[in-house]
Design a protein around this ligand. Structure first.
Ligand SMILES: NC(=O)c1ccc[n+]([C@@H]2O[C@H](COP(=O)([O-])OP(=O)(O)OC[C@H]3O[C@@H](n4cnc5c(N)ncnc54)[C@H](O)[C@@H]3O)[C@@H](O)[C@H]2O)c1
Length: 342
């Protein structure tokens, strides 16, 4: 993985891209961050103690490259070099941006920040991929807390443009601006979250749906596969191109959103949902969920499901780009950015 040509540092800087990125923790998310940056022509150093890191990062880069080929983006920038190391110290080097992608536990993340700070330049930005831990908590014991920011991406990171950017009470404005600039240059659409809350915006929404889905299986109302069909054959298709509010504006007929809220708003008073109640994850319930999930996927391995997911997302993104709509606009901006850079 280290034989790839890399764009020169000046080229990267001129394009608004970071000269070098480091990824600490190369699981599902870290490996995919590494792939996105490499595909944009940026050199990436990866640190992860796992013995299978190079294999995992290589497989993710392979999948991401195939997806970018189908998007017609692959040849637009030379691949950045990806180098894997076992320890943080060997990987941070002169990276200006360090993605922290270790497991979702505060104490693990804080210990990793101490390792990164011992090796990194004082103003290197540390961007946590946390799904919902507040940055003020993450930065509590840092020497330079002003350089910690949350950059919460969505899986697969090399295809989905959204990244939530959240600052903590001690994060500097400069850190947020630098992170937003770099992420935009990598073809992402960073959303600066206005207030620091647990779960940010996306996981607040996802958790509400996830809880309801668990209750419906728990209560025997629907199976795992039936719930997924409700989404992918119905409202999930709408959500990929219009969000919940714009979709409801169209559901209001001529009267638009005003009619919709007058018509359906009162239904919110009915006790339909379980809201914040969570079904107890007993061993029996977990076994039911796993059995139904296995039955849903048949003998398709996860790698095949991920490949199908990527193919579908690529075609969806291309369709949205052709319609100059939603995530298709982010893709068009990335195409322009890469053309400008090349
Ligand atoms: N999986 C998702 O869909 C998703 C989406 C958005 C954000 N996130 C967030 O991304 C972060 C990582 O999640 P993931 O799903 O990639 O987890 P994962 O379990 O797939 O990967 C974590 C990786 O961190 C490595 N690691 C553990 N301790 C380390 C250390 N001290 N130094 C370096 N590497 C270390 C592990 O070896 C592993 O490869 C979490 O904060 C999670 O909340 C996950």
């Amino acid at each position: 993985m280290t034989d790839r040509s890399s764009i020169g540092e000046a080229g990267a800087a001129e394009s608004g891209l970071p000269a070098r990125v480091c990824v600490v923790g190369a699981g599902v998310i870290g490996a995919a961050w590494a792939a996105r940056w490499a595909l944009c022509g940026v050199d990436v150093n990866v640190a992860d103690p796992s013995r299978t890191t190079a294999q995992r990062v290589g497989a993710t880069l392979h999948a991401a490259t195939a997806a970018w080929e189908r998007l017609g983006l692959r040849e637009m920038a030379p691949l950045g070099e990806v180098a894997c190391a076992g320890v943080v110290d060997d990987a941070v080097g002169d990276a200006v941006l360090v993605h922290e992608c270790v497991p979702e536990r505060v104490e693990i993340k804080q210990a990793v920040y101490a390792e990164i700070e011992a090796a990194a330049a004082p103003d290197a930005v540390i961007a946590s991929s946390t799904s919902g831990i507040r940055p003020s908590e993450l930065q509590a014991h840092m020497k330079h807390p002003e350089r910690l920011v949350v950059a919460h991406p969505f899986n697969p990171v090399y295809l989905l443009p959204l990244v939530e950017v959240v600052g903590g009470s001690r994060t500097s404005e400069r850190t947020i601006e630098r992170a937003m600039g770099w992420l935009s240059a990598a073809g992402m659409s960073p959303l600066r979250v206005r207030s620091e809350i647990d779960g940010f915006v996306a996981d607040r929404l996802l958790e509400a749906l996830w809880r309801e889905a668990l209750w419906l299986v728990h209560d025997g109302v629907a199976t795992v596969a039936e719930i997924d069909d409700v989404m992918r054959l119905g409202f999930g298709l709408r959500w990929a191109q219009m969000g919940v509010f714009q979709t409801y504006a169209t559901a209001g007929g001529e009267g638009g959103f005003r009619h919709f809220i007058e018509h359906f708003g009162p239904a919110l008073q009915q006790p339909w949902t379980k809201l914040t109640d969570v079904p107890e994850l007993t061993p029996e319930f977990i076994a039911t969920l796993i059995a139904q999930s296995d039955e849903q996927s048949g003998d398709q391995p996860v790698a095949e499901l991920c490949a199908a997911r990527d193919r579908n997302l690529v075609d969806l993104l291309l369709a949205l780009e052709a319609n100059d709509w939603g995530a298709g606009r982010s893709l068009a901006a990335l195409r322009e950015q890469l053309a400008h850079q090349g």
